[in-house]
Design a protein around this ligand. Structure first.
Ligand code: S3P
Length: 189
């Protein structure tokens, strides 16, 4: 079990559903009438507001807003290395200023930076074929590292153990959204 104020950090490959899970978790935390199953009414009465207020942050979205351009444009103009530095700055900012958040990270963040310092790390584990079936060609083109399928698969195979070794909790992300959300809530009261 984890302290209330620790951030929940979602990691996983592109297309594993981090953003959707983050949004859904955020909804559940804001619905005090629909609390995580393990919470008793007694605990709820003690600490309703703090426990159920968690805001959602998306690292790519924030970085992109700060840069004033899409991640894809930034990759093209400055390259991947520069992008990884922007991710490191995002992590430093979270560590110094953010509590009680649900953080959806870019797929490469745990490979190039230490995400554990941001909070409780949840890996959304999913097979490459399932990812392919989820991302249409438009969604793939938006991701600079997913334009070449063969390369994307190589990156996936290289990364999957790193994700697993970084995580405090591994979740089968091929399950329905609600059951993934509930599983995280069950571990993270
Ligand atoms: C990347 C994943 C992307 C984005 C960037 C690099 C990666 O985020 O950060 O294109 O290295 O896997 P999503 O995982 O949200 O697609």
């Amino acid at each position: 079990m984890v302290l209330d104020s620790a951030n929940i950090v979602l990691i996983g490959f592109m297309g594993s559903g981090k953003s959707s899970v983050a949004k859904n978790l955020g909804k559940r935390y804001s619905q005090s009438q629909n609390p995580p199953q393990k919470l008793s009414q007694k605990t709820l009465r003690k600490d309703t507001t703090q426990r159920f207020t968690r805001f959602v942050l998306d690292s790519d979205e924030m970085i992109s807003k700060n840069l004033g351009m899409s991640i894809s444009q930034y990759f093209k103009r400055r390259g991947e290395e520069a992008f990884r530095l922007r991710e490191a700055e995002f992590i430093a900012w979270v560590c110094s200023s953010v509590k009680n958040a649900i953080i959806s990270t870019g797929g490469g963040m745990p490979i190039f930076n230490d995400v554990k310092q941001m909070g409780f790390v949840v890996y959304l584990e999913i097979g490459f074929d399932e990812i392919l079936s989820r991302l249409d060609s438009i969604q793939r083109t938006k991701r600079p590292l997913f334009r070449d399928l063969k390369k994307a698969k190589e990156i996936f195979l290289y990364r999957k153990d790193i994700y697993k070794n970084t995580a405090d909790l591994v979740i089968d992300a091929s399950k329905p959204l609600e059951s993934i959300t509930q599983e995280i809530l069950n571990h993270h009261l």
